[in-house]
Design a protein. Structure first.
Length: 456
């Protein structure tokens, strides 16, 4: 394989990738409103001579190169979060701008930059005759990830019936190759009370006061240590072999689990009455060794939750927002933890490609390098579609994408043109360096669908 030719081809498409990314950024595409950017990507794929381009029932846009029976997929979610307070942006988040080094605008790093690299990476494979024999390349622009990460791939797996050999996620990786990340789930706690006139609160049962006790216990669960004399042992306990003997090493790599109260709701007949219900949402990040059952149970076991007994309900949210096509795919708001062995064949394909093209250290534009002095092989802090691809279904995943996690959901979001080029080149080399004969059944070190969770 001529690695120099791959680098030159990727560099030759720098301007085209930048133009394509700016076109996507210019189209607002929040979750469930991606139709415009889907049509933009469809048009670009057709212009570049993709063998087939389709839009599935959920609204994912899928481009195909090659005609083999086996599939290697490259995934990019194409929805973005909103812009928040416009006053926090120095420039229009959709009009954006570019310099010789960066592209500015909502979605540049999270995650339309990855789409640009993936679309042109497959084009380079076709240009150079580097679609591996027996394979076809699947380039996915997936929807609704920001709302419900991985649901799009539940649809691809269960409805479209597509099962790739492995998947490269193009979520931003700061120049690194990522082999796992923590999972998450969205938990709701409901508390019942009894309303009465606010002038005589003793006649009622204030749900907000009950919730105040629960909130302190949730905070303790996140912040406490795991000493023997600590009543509510903190989530840091999963890094301790005493509490997590099978998976503590993976937990130390991924990082400890966390929980935080993200929303609070109440009902009351008026501002002059005692609240008769209160509810909170808990954002729960899960490390290796934790399951949805264990996470729900630890909330149910909090002293304050037990104290109020049947007046408290702990549950998991469901997701059922219609896609831009009108399709509804209902699923639990549960996003499983996953982690690969560093030696896994699909991880090594990316590592070998990076080393052959750019060496064994992270690279990037000069303004990106300050935060890239880290190991080449690492993990994400946030969550990706891999929660379903590998976490639910065991399809091997690996991450390498343009941009930075720190830019995700932030005002004045940018990505780097050098990253677009680097990623496109690595995708081309990686699919050709993948050694199927080195694939083993134990590439996954921890995956929650291998527990007793009753997930779809």
């Amino acid at each position: 394989m001529n690695f120099e030719a791959i680098k030159q081809a990727a560099e030759g498409y720098r301007e085209d990738m930048s133009k394509f990314l700016r076109a996507m950024i210019a189209i607002p595409s929040e979750s469930c409103e991606e139709e415009g950017v889907v049509k933009c990507i469809e048009a670009e794929m057709k212009k570049l001579g993709y063998d087939k381009v389709e839009i599935d029932g959920l609204g994912n846009v899928i481009g195909w190169m090659g005609d083999g029976e086996k599939i290697i997929a490259i995934d990019s979610h194409i929805d973005t979060v909103g812009i928040g307070n416009l006053a926090n942006w120095d420039h229009d988040p959709y009009e954006g701008y570019e310099t010789d080094e960066i592209i500015y605008g909502r979605g540049g790093s999270d995650q339309e930059g990855g789409m640009a690299s993936a679309v042109y990476g497959a084009k380079i494979m076709k240009d150079l005759g580097l679609i591996p024999a027996g394979y076809k390349i699947m380039v996915v622009g997936s929807v609704q990830e920001e709302d419900c990460d991985g649901m799009c791939w539940q649809y691809i797996y269960n409805v479209d019936k597509i099962v790739p050999e492995f998947v490269i996620s193009t979520e931003p990786t700061d120049g690194g190759i990522y082999r796992g990340h923590r999972g998450r789930m969205e938990i709701r706690v409901d508390v019942k009370g009894i309303s009465c006139h606010g002038s005589a609160p003793e006649r009622g049962d204030n749900a907000i006061y009950k919730m105040a006790d629960i909130l302190q216990d949730v905070r303790a669960l996140n912040e406490n240590d795991d000493a023997d004399d600590t009543e509510i042992k903190g989530l840091v306990k999963m890094l301790n072999p005493k509490y997590n003997p099978e998976h503590y090493e993976d937990a130390r790599f991924l990082g400890r689990g966390t929980c935080t109260t993200s929303q609070i709701f109440y009902t009351s007949p008026s501002r002059c009455a005692v609240a008769d219900s209160c509810a909170i949402s808990i954002d729960r990040r899960m490390t290796a060794g934790e399951t949805w059952d264990s996470c729900l149970q630890e909330i149910r076991d909090l002293p304050s939750v037990k104290k109020y007994g049947d007046d408290v309900k702990v549950s998991m949210y469901m997701y059922d927002r219609p896609a831009w096509t009108g399709e509804v795919y209902e699923t639990e708001c549960f996003f499983p933890t996953w982690i690969n062995k560093e030696s896994a064949a699909h991880v090594q394909a990316l590592v070998d490609a990076h080393k052959a093209l750019y060496g064994d250290k992270r690279i990037g534009a000069p303004s990106a390098m300050e935060k890239r002095n880290r190991p080449l092989i690492d993990k994400w802090t946030f969550s990706t579609n891999c929660v379903s691809i590998q976490g639910r279904y065991g399809i091997p995943c690996v991450g390498f994408g343009p941009g930075a996690e720190s830019q995700a959901h932030a005002p004045n979001e940018i990505t780097w043109k050098q990253d677009l080029v680097t990623c496109a080149a690595v995708y081309v080399a990686a699919v050709n360096l993948y050694k199927e004969e080195n694939k083993t059944d134990d590439v996954t070190e921890f995956r929650q669908s291998l527990t007793d969770n009753d997930i779809r």
